[in-house]
Design a binder for this molecule. Structure first.
Ligand code: CU
Length: 119
């Protein structure tokens, strides 16, 4: 009983610390890089368990999806409609792309969210 009470207390503390430090990482959509206006910027972001990612519109039309189709719901941001996804908790890499622009040469319409193990 005592041990399980401590465990619950510890887990509550862990959850509290996640929510205390959880961040929303912003990625701009439709940023011009090297003359190409169809980039995510930053292209690659690192987040921690519990963090969210918010994509914010800069220019163009960029319907975007996770490469695996399941890591987050598709989005298509516009001037006053950013898209927030998460919180993400599974450690690993989520590759994603803009459907019409993913074919473009690097940098082009591809991005990556890397969820690192801990803070
Ligand atoms: Cu695009």
């Amino acid at each position: 009983m005592k041990i399980s009470t401590r465990l619950v207390g510890f887990m509550s503390l862990m959850l509290a610390s996640f929510s205390t430090y959880a961040a929303t990482v912003v990625v701009m959509v439709g940023v011009t890089v090297g003359g190409n206006p169809n980039n995510f910027s930053p292209k690659n972001v690192t987040i921690r368990p519990g963090d969210e990612v918010r994509w914010e519109w800069v220019s163009g039309v960029h319907p975007s999806v996770a490469d695996d189709g399941t890591s987050f719901a598709p989005f298509n941001v516009s001037a006053n409609t950013p898209a927030t996804r998460g919180p993400f908790n599974a450690v690993g890499t989520i590759n994603y792309h803009c459907q019409p622009h993913s074919f473009q040469a690097t940098p082009g319409g591809r991005g990556k969210v890397w969820l690192a193990a801990s803070r």
